[in-house]
Design a protein around this ligand. Sequence first.
Ligand SMILES: [Zn+2]
Length: 148
Amino acid sequence: MKIQLENYVCSVCGKKDVKLWRPYMSTSPLICAKCAEERQTPREYSEKVWQKSKDGKWYTGKVTGKKIPLPRWEVNENGKILTGHGPGPKGLPVSMTDQLMICLEDVSEEYSLGGIVVIPACPSDMGFWGYTSVPEEICNWWTDLPTR
Ligand SMILES: [Zn+2]
């Protein structure tokens, strides 16, 4: 595995040797968890009433129409945050995501139009791997990097 680490630096604070994210459709700027947390956009979810199916095998969520703000997120050691979908039915684990919603208007004029999604920046020979095509080896390398 060959990863060009000299350029693997947070574009905002200059931090090295940590997990970095990049905009979904772009290769820059790169941003670390701490800088992303400071720039997170407020999130809300649609409240749902969960009902168990007759055979008890699954739940269906009925949207009540109410929007509820989610607490601010913090990236965990695996580089993940809680998804923006709100709580699931009781007893089911809440799912995690490595996609962060942030606002980069203070970092780049290109992103002055509000919140964008950033994804793990996994270096390849050509730049970065696409979100769904990261080889397991690189995926593990990214996950093993310190988050902060
Ligand atoms: Zn940073």
